[in-house]
Structures are given as structure tokens and as C-alpha cells.
Design a protein. Structure first.
Length: 113
């Protein structure tokens, strides 16, 4: 299970397992925390809508980074650079597709009026 260059080269299998398990537990804790905070913020209802939306957006982006780092094991190391490029290229394609769809829908809406 431990295919990381840092864990497989100089650790015993038990140490590598503990290292991986520690990463998963940290990732799970951060994911739960980044999920509970927005739910609590919305349930509390004490903040304005714009503050809540901005907080949800920021915490959502942070949660994406946590999932990519701790569960997909993508980081800035030279061994994982290819995976990072693949994810960034996929994100670029998604942004282009979403932006193009919104552009077409807005254009159609203005032509219908």
C-alpha cells in the first residue's frame, strides 16, 4: 500500500503502514472539520449571506486541496509531478467547459429577451 518514495525506500513495512495511516487519519480529521464548520455556520445563521457564501467557497477549495494531498497523495515532489500535471490539466478542461457553457447560456438568454 505504501508506494511513496519517502516511505518505501527507507522504512520498514510496519513504519510505512503507520506513516500512511497517520496521513489518512489527519486527512479524515481535516475533512470532517472542513465539513462541520460550514454546516455550523449555516445552522448558526448569525452571519450575512455574502460572508457565508465566501466562507463556503474558501473552505470548499481548502477541502479539495486536503483530499488531493492526503487521499490521492499528490504533492510537489518530483515523483508525483506527473499526477499533479494531470489533475491541473483536467481542472483546466473543466473550467473551459463550464465557462463556455455559461457563455452560451447567457448569450441565448439575451437573444431570447
Amino acid at each position: 500500500m505504501s508506494s511513496h518514495a519517502t516511505t518505501s525506500s527507507n522504512m520498514s513495512p510496519e513504519e510505512a503502514y503507520r506513516h500512511d495511516l497517520r496521513g489518512y487519519v489527519i486527512g479524515l480529521g481535516l475533512a470532517i472539520l472542513l465539513t462541520v464548520i460550514p454546516f455550523g455556520l449555516v445552522a448558526w445563521g448569525g452571519a450575512s449571506v455574502s460572508v457565508v457564501m465566501a466562507t463556503l467557497a474558501v473552505l470548499g477549495l481548502i477541502q479539495v486541496v486536503v483530499h488531493v494531498r492526503y487521499f490521492l497523495h499528490v504533492d510537489f515532489s518530483p515523483e508525483r509531478r506527473e499526477d499533479l500535471h494531470l489533475i491541473l490539466f483536467s481542472a483546466l478542461l473543466l473550467v473551459i467547459m463550464v465557462a463556455g457553457t455559461i457563455w452560451i447560456m447567457v448569450n441565448l438568454a439575451t437573444r431570447m429577451m
